[in-house]
Design a protein around this ligand. Structure first.
Ligand SMILES: Cc1ncc(COP(=O)(O)O)c(C=O)c1O
Length: 432
């Protein structure tokens, strides 16, 4: 009998957490590292939210609570969603989770049987693909295209829908591309789902970057489209918009109270509850008059950095970069730089098993980190199925301007240092 369940082999991961080991190794050599790998705001949680959590702890609000989430917070979420999406959401459809990540697994456990098909964006948040394979469902990656600004609409989605389609994942604004679905995209997708998708299909709408939009754009949800509220699991949380990544607070609005009850039951089985003082702080984030200014300050900073970093990356030979419309990432195409460095040849020369596991952008990523002290994420860290031949990096711009300037200058030097890449391959032997 094998020690491990066979499904463990199908569980993926989030490399943004794993790359920390390589960074630690580089730091231990005495090098400095510019960190473009982290997907979290470089701001601290706004003071008024912190104060509410402290007040709650001191008042003794530190016991078990409702596994669905405390009612005052679920009410605040329902009000927020109703107001911003033009819906009428009742708190009985809201479930609070430790972060916006858990609802991914909860949804896959709730809706999928082996063989059911899941359409999800690629590049996309890696946990989608991880859970699809883990539960034995069939991954159907929707390859987002650079020339479409990494958005997608009915045209891209239609060929992927089949009678086995059970879940369609949307993520706008997107990690890792910063792509945003336009009104037209959403209208088209809704029409397609109404007409072509199986009746019991569910849309998983990951809206965790709902607050981080540029150029005066407002957030739009697929759930606001006619007939979509009853098919959509709307998910968001406080990690990104309120700089609360370490608090672990997210939520899902389910299509029906019955489905919400299943999420509640899964919460009971997995976590019991999210700490009540954390939820009170989350409620405060939605209800305090001080929140809007705090969020706006961060978003303006991300926008300013985006406006600097995109032209700076485009000025590097071999790199082209789209202007993201939201979130705090840029997703440059580095195919030309890989070519200039001799990465395609080095990749072709890897032992076969290594070659299958490592992509060219990962070789560029590790070269940047080990030789130049710039930590980024490679294309395949955002879904690897069907990603062959795509050469991108993700850079988080949730970093100070000086760091951005330093990191981009280093990338510029690295992108033309062919000898440096050859020496890196020779000396580090990461994949031999
Ligand atoms: C698209 C997307 N969904 C969900 C999450 C998870 O968020 P949380 O930290 O709140 O669990 C992230 C975090 O990076 C994300 O980028």
């Amino acid at each position: 009998m094998a020690l491990l369940a066979s499904r463990i082999a199908d569980l993926g991961t989030e490399n943004a957490f794993k790359v920390g080991d390589d960074i630690a190794r580089v730091l231990a050599r005495g090098m400095e590292v510019v960190k473009f790998n982290l997907g979290e705001p470089d701001f601290d949680t706004p003071a008024h939210i912190n104060r509410e959590a402290i007040r709650q702890i001191e008042a003794g609000n530190s016991h078990y609570c409702d596994p669905a989430g405390i009612l005052p917070f679920r009410k605040a979420i329902a009000e927020h969603v109703s107001r911003t999406r033009g819906l009428e959401v009742d708190p009985s459809r809201v479930i609070v989770t430790p972060g916006a990540k858990p609802p991914i697994g909860l949804s896959m456990m709730t809706y999928l049987d082996p063989g059911d098909e899941v359409i999800y964006p690629s590049p996309g948040f890696p946990i989608y693909e991880s859970w699809v394979t883990y539960v034995g469902a069939k991954p159907v990656p929707l390859q987002l295209r650079e020339e479409r600004g990494f958005a997608c609409g009915a045209e891209e989605l239609a060929p992927l829908i089949s009678e086995r389609t059970k879940l369609i994942v949307l993520n706008s604004p997107s990690n890792p591309t910063g792509g945003v679905l336009s009104k037209r995209d959403l209208t088209g997708i809704a029409e397609l789902v109404r007409e072509k998708a199986p009746a019991d299909v569910r849309i998983y709408s990951d809206e965790v970057y709902e607050h981080i939009l540029f150029d005066g754009e407002e957030h739009r949800s697929i759930a606001s489209q006619p007939g979509m509220e009853e098919k959509t699991v709307i998910v968001s949380g406080h990690s990104k918009g309120f700089a609360m990544t370490g608090w672990r607070m997210g939520w899902a609005v389910l299509p029906t109270p019955k489905e919400a009850a299943i999420f509640k039951q899964l919460n009971i089985n997995l976590i019991s509850c999210v700490p009540p003082f954390i939820q009170e702080a989350g409620r405060e984030a939605y209800q305090s008059a001080e929140s809007a200014a705090a969020v706006d300050k961060m978003v303006r900073a991300f926008e300013e950095r985006r406006n600097w970093v995109v032209p700076a990356l485009n000025a590097i030979p071999g790199i082209t970069c789209q202007m993201p419309k939201g979130a705090f990432y840029v997703f440059p195409n580095v195919a030309g730089a890989c070519e200039a460095l001799g990465i395609p040849e080095a990749h072709a020369a890897l032992p076969e098993e290594r070659r299958r596991k490592v992509c060219q952008s990962a070789m560029f990523q590790m070269y940047l980190l080990y030789r130049y002290g710039v930590a980024t994420m490679d294309r395949n860290s955002f879904g690897h199925i069907g990603a062959e031949g795509q050469h991108y990096l993700r850079l988080s711009i949730a970093n100070r301007m000086e760091e951005l300037e330093k990191g981009v200058a280093l990338m510029k030097r690295a992108a033309t240092d062919r000898e440096g890449f050859a020496a890196f391959m020779e000396e580090e032997k990461l994949w031999s």
